[in-house]
Design a protein around this ligand. Structure first.
Ligand SMILES: [Fe+2]
Ligand SMILES: [Fe+2]
Length: 409
């Protein structure tokens, strides 16, 4: 057992990794035991490549890996300082801020001795897929931290209430990312978040697209966490690692974050009631749902290791996220039309073919030629899904997004 294994993950601890934007944080972390490595520098238990002792090399980036986002901060300043500011419901914003200030999960992310012992029991291939899951989740949470922190900083003088909400959301994401990085240390690994901050590519989205994308990622995050939590409550034998027990309160953070974006979108009807906005909303729903579906099916072994059926789990999360999203987006996809998941399943097969080509020994130009018809197949499925008759939605009502999950989750 490590000396401080019951420490609480706080924003301060994360700052040690990230805010200083140096590589010192993870290097000096007392939490990461020196992992045994092979002569090539890989972790001896999982074969995972190491950047240096105890610090995992970040996974290669591709179209499906969690991204870091950036936006036009000047346009954000103009939005929140001008027209948008006057359209925001002041009382509602202050109520939202009060709720974030309550900090319901301040004492939630407290680790205990069971973490390390549980991690030690996860061996063989399951160990590697656990580490991959933790890394992807940590990167996604950390991405939210960086974006919200910067928005909180940039909007401080222009709109102090909104700025503080962003800062408090970055507090939550810092806790989530820090908790996941500490979980990695149970596997004798950690991510160098400072290094990632400086070296990872950032995807640029205009402000209104940031609102669509972050709303969706918060709500889909909520449904993922609560669905895993409820499944494991019903199947305690599958609870391989105690982190999942924290998901019930954790997912409420994500839901609150999504509700804040919902309130922001409501203040800008032109983001919700034009024909362009309907197309953009469908586009973001499609990209978020398909990315998760392909990603998770590439990692079925993880979901199966905790007793979940990957396809059933994904379809449940997408259907529920879509229902939640229909309360605010003016149009969503008809995910309950059987054609939707039929095409998703076909893309899973195409993705397997792409992976097989990527892993083959063929010369690069041959691989590129082999990939062409597969990519064309992807494009045709995506276009067909995009142009499927949508579900007209968007009551603009703010509703609680924590209804009881359906019977299977
Ligand atoms: Fe989070
Ligand atoms: Fe969040």
């Amino acid at each position: 057992m490590l000396a401080n294994s019951s420490s609480r993950v706080s924003m301060r601890s994360l700052k040690a990794h990230a805010v200083r934007r140096s590589v010192k944080g993870a290097r000096s972390s007392p939490r990461v035991a020196a992992a045994a490595t092979t002569p090539s520098g890989a972790d001896s238990k999982t074969g995972i490549k190491m950047m240096r002792k105890g610090v995992k090399e970040a996974a290669d980036e591709n179209i499906l890996t969690p991204r870091f986002y950036t936006t036009d901060f000047e346009e954000m300043e103009e939005l929140f300082g001008g027209e948008w500011n006057s359209q925001l419901n002041k009382e509602e914003m202050e109520a939202v801020l009060k709720e974030f200030q309550q900090d319901y999960n301040q004492r939630h992310f407290v680790r205990n001795d069971t973490f390390r012992a549980a991690a030690d029991k996860i061996e063989g291939p399951a160990r590697k897929i656990f580490v991959e899951f933790l890394e992807r989740s940590c990167t996604a949470e950390f991405s939210g931290f960086l974006l919200y922190k910067e928005l909180g900083r940039r909007l401080k003088k222009i709109n102090p209430v909104v700025a503080e909400v962003f800062t408090l959301m970055s507090r939550d994401e810092a806790r989530h990312a820090g908790f996941l990085n500490k979980a990695l240390s149970d596997f004798d690994l950690a991510l160098d978040l400072g290094f990632l901050t400086k070296n990872r590519k950032y995807t640029f989205f205009k402000p209104k697209f940031i609102f669509y994308a972050t709303y969706l990622s918060e709500k889909i995050g909520y449904w993922r966490y609560i669905s895993i939590y409820r499944h494991l409550q019903r199947n305690p034998d599958c609870q391989l690692y105690p982190m999942f027990e924290y998901f019930e309160n954790w997912c409420q953070d994500e839901s609150r974050h999504g509700d804040f974006f919902s309130a922001l979108l409501k203040a800008q009807p032109q983001f919700l009631n034009t024909w362009e906005s309907k197309l953009w909303c469908r586009f973001f729903c499609l990209s978020v749902y398909v990315t998760m579906y392909l990603n998770d099916h590439q990692r079925s072994a993880f979901y199966e290791s905790v007793g979940l059926q990957t396809t059933e789990f994904n379809q449940h999360v997408i259907v529920e996220t879509n229902k939640t999203t229909a309360r605010i987006f003016p149009a969503v996809l008809d995910v309950e039309n059987p054609e939707f998941f039929e095409r998703c399943d076909k893309m899973v097969e195409l993705n397997k073919q792409l992976s097989a080509i990527g892993a083959s020994d063929a010369p690069d130009f041959v691989k590129s030629l082999q990939k062409l018809p597969i990519l064309a197949g992807f494009a045709s499925h995506l276009l067909a899904l995009f142009f499927m008759a949508p579900v007209e939605a968007g009551s603009l009502d703010m509703e609680s997004t924590t209804p009881a999950a359906s019977a299977s989750f």
